[in-house]
Design a protein around this ligand. Structure first.
Ligand code: APR
Length: 238
């Protein structure tokens, strides 16, 4: 059924979460087995409060994540999504992920709702650096300010341009496919509902239940994303 919907879709948008990158080797946040937030409290480590009052632990945590993002890369599923964009089958990707793997795989129209770990910025003057600085244990800007990842911390606003782009894409979509998200973080988790409210078919591919399953036209809980994308690619384009 899903391959038919993809075939017929005129405006297919894909929405990804951390489950899209677990097959690359990155942990997700809320998987019952090894999600990052199963071990650490996000409010104490991934928030502006942590940056201001717990900066050593904050930097150590994000240096670890930068090392993993530089060590791993896109898997076959990311490549398939980039190929489907080239084939005109995908309009855009809205991602909560900060690993940059969609762009590394060749996807062009990507909204990074939560920013990117590939870059750092000075908390004082805003100057941008490559996240290599963290790998080299360089934690300060030339102005003396502290360098923090260019991602959205709990308590911060989403980047306006990415939010706007995602809003427009969700409204225009006629097929909205969620890949690997628990859909538990606002406002990102509103985009599947916006798509649905504007007439799109909503499909959720996720190994565990999500908070939006009841709104979906189809839920696919028992498939790993990479495997599903390979099967769909064979059905649709081989
Ligand atoms: N195939 C299918 N589903 C998978 C796979 C896989 N290979 N790997 C993991 N999953 C599912 C998990 O079952 C989990 O429900 O992906 C989901 C990922 O959910 P979360 O860990 O909550 O990640 P996400 O939804 O992206 O989190 C949203 O929370 O902490 C913030 O900013 C952070 O962007 C993140 C946001």
């Amino acid at each position: 059924m899903l391959s038919n919907w993809i075939q017929q879709a005129k405006n297919m948008v894909v929405f990804t979460g951390a489950g899209m990158s677990t097959e690359s080797g990155l942990p997700d946040f809320r998987s019952s087995n090894n999600g990052l937030w199963r071990k650490k409290d996000p409010n104490k480590i991934a928030s502006t409060e942590a940056l201001n009052n717990n900066v050593d632990e904050f930097i150590e945590f994000y240096r670890e994540r930068v090392l993993k993002v530089k060590e791993f890369g896109p898997h076959k599923g990311h490549d398939i999504l980039a190929d489907w964009e080239k084939k005109g089958k995908i309009q855009s990707i809205i991602t909560q992920n900060v690993d940059g793997f969609h762009q590394q795989a060749g996807s062009k129209r990507v909204a990074e709702l939560h920013g990117s770990l590939q870059k750092l910025r000075c908390q004082s003057c805003g100057k941008e650096y490559d996240s290599e600085e963290y790998i080299n244990k360089e934690y300060h800007c030339s102005c003396g300010g502290i360098l923090r990842p260019n991602i959205v911390l709990f308590g911060e606003m989403l980047p306006q341009d990415a939010f706007q782009f995602a809003q427009e894409e969700a409204v225009k979509s006629d097929l909205f496919i969620v890949l690997g998200s628990s859909l538990s973080v606002t406002p990102a988790n509103q985009f599947p509902l916006i798509a649905k409210e504007h007439g799109a078919k909503l499909v959720i591919v996720n190994q565990e239940k999500t908070e939006m399953d009841r709104y979906a036209d189809q839920v696919i809980p028992n498939k790993k994303i990479g495997e599903l994308l390979r099967e769909l690619d064979m059905e649709l384009f081989s």
